[in-house]
Design a protein around this ligand. Sequence first.
Ligand code: RB5
Length: 140
Amino acid sequence: MQIIIGADHGGYKLKEYLKKQISGLEDIGAYSEQKQDDYSDIAKKAAKIIQKNKNKRAILICGTGTGMCIEANRFKGVRAVLVYDQYSAVMSRKDNDANIICLRGRKFDRTKAKKLVKLWLKQEFSGKARHKRRIRKLDR
Ligand code: RB5
């Protein structure tokens, strides 16, 4: 599975940390910590990649995680989730088949963030009929 990672200035430091901790992440920017890097642009870039590649997943980080999540979910087929604990990491994969994890870059422990990403990445979608039905409705 290919995993892309992106961040605005609010998530830049955590992105750089995660790249060192988790091998094989493909960095889609921002490539430096600058105030003019907006979460809207990075989330859009990631969402378009995910739309074209069903086997890819993305990690998106901004100050709160929410801006990235809002923007990414505007793209059909994208299921971006804000993950903040183990339960949200596990259930967003099992029930929602989430393909983008959004994280808070500010006021969030980076070791916890790393553990949550690793946990999220190894979860499988349950494939249950009721969850497939609900996901289909999201894309209508
Ligand atoms: C940028 O300062 C901040 O607004 C952004 O990173 C994010 O938290 C928005 O949701």
